[in-house]
Ligand binder design. Structure first.
Ligand SMILES: Nc1ncnc2c1ncn2[C@@H]1O[C@H](COP(=O)(O)OP(=O)(O)OP(=O)(O)O)[C@@H](O)[C@H]1O
Ligand SMILES: [Mg+2]
Length: 312
């Protein structure tokens, strides 16, 4: 029994070598066999026997003589329950892991703020150019870690999408406004053009999450542009009644090999990049039942298209 892990056990209480209850106790005391459902099969119909069986850990009890139909029905029901339990245990594991990542992120934040603050002071007061360079390295590394922590928070926020019917142009407009503010904040000169299709069919979307999805694409465009450049964000009809949200930039572009990897987590070509922006976008688009495509040419620019399907 310890080398072989069945999905379910039907056990006779009156087994020749070992008392059924003893076997059951053995099974239920080990982590590897604890979750295998056990049906006790017995001719002894006394209530005490049944109670003992349940106390030791049996999931079900069938009296002899039994009908095969009843056994089959009970087996099916227990297997169903077991599948649900396994799923629940997996969900709990993921939640526990999420909590741990959260806890670590929280603990890292304060010391990181302190390191950044002190490095900035050193940088301001230091006159030795070599030392100033060291301080600058610390500052940039801290900024990189802070961006990573920001992405972890963002990932947590987007885990649930609440879809509401609405006009997709509104979310594109909102995001375009935000990216313009972001560009101004950086003191960059990038022209953002917005082109919205008239009267788009209603789409079901989560406003906040969809804004995050589009913002991350736009942020990559900003980062791909060296010096001055332009970004266009538009909505347009797409095949099969879908709506396309398209972002085009005049940035550095990508090779085919680079495009292949961009949705992978932690895939980044930037010093400060967490490599999670598009992983988050991808997840959000998937939660909306949509698709995302990337076309790019090295040295020319990139177009990212998110396609959403109209609400039914
Ligand atoms: N518009 C673009 N032009 C050129 N390269 C791009 C573009 N968009 C994405 N990339 C490439 O894809 C990589 C992954 O993008 P992603 O947004 O997931 O991570 P990141 O921008 O590096 O980090 P962050 O998590 O902070 O967003 C980028 O590092 C970049 O190399
Ligand atoms: Mg990014």
């Amino acid at each position: 029994m310890t080398t072989f892990h069945p999905d379910l056990v039907i056990m006779d209480v009156m087994m020749p070598q070992m008392d059924g209850y003893e076997t059951l106790r053995h099974l239920k005391s080990r982590e590897e066999t604890r979750y295998i459902p056990v049906i006790m099969l017995t001719g002894r119909a006394e209530v005490e026997d049944k109670v003992l069986g349940f106390e030791v850990g049996a999931e079900d009890y069938i009296n002899k003589p039994y009908s095969l139909q009843e056994v089959a029905a009970r087996v099916k029901s227990l297997l169903r329950m077991r599948a649900l339990q396994t799923k629940l245990r997996d969900t709990e594991k993921v939640a526990a892991l999420g909590e741990m990542v959260d806890g670590i992120a929280h603990e890292i934040r304060n010391p990181l703020t302190a390191i950044g603050g002190i490095a900035r002071r050193l940088y301001e007061h230091e006159t030795d150019p070599q030392h100033r360079e060291y301080a600058q390295w610390i500052i940039r590394s801290v900024e990189r870690l802070e961006r990573m922590l920001g992405r972890i928070d963002e990932y947590k926020r987007i885990l649930v999408s609440t879809l509401v019917r609405g006009d997709i142009n509104r979310v594109v407009e909102d995001t375009a406004r935000e990216i313009k503010e972001y560009i101004d904040g950086l003191g960059r000169k990038i022209d953002v053009k917005v082109r919205l299709m008239p009267d788009p069919p209603p789409v079901s979307y989560d406003h906040g999450n969809m804004k995050t999805a589009i913002f991350n694409v736009l942020q990559n465009s900003v980062e791909a542009i060296e010096g001055e450049g332009a970004i266009t964000v538009e909505t347009a009809p797409a095949p099969d009644n879908a709506i396309a949200i398209r972002v085009t930039d005049t940035g550095v572009g990508m090779t085919r090999e680079e495009i292949r990897k961009i949705f992978n987590p932690f895939q980044s070509t930037k010093f400060e990049g967490a490599g999670l922006g598009l992983t988050i976008t991808y997840r959000i688009v998937q939660d909306h039942g949509g698709e995302i495509d990337v076309e790019s040419e090295k040295g020319k620019g990139t177009t990212v298209t998110i396609r959403l399907h109209p609400a039914r």
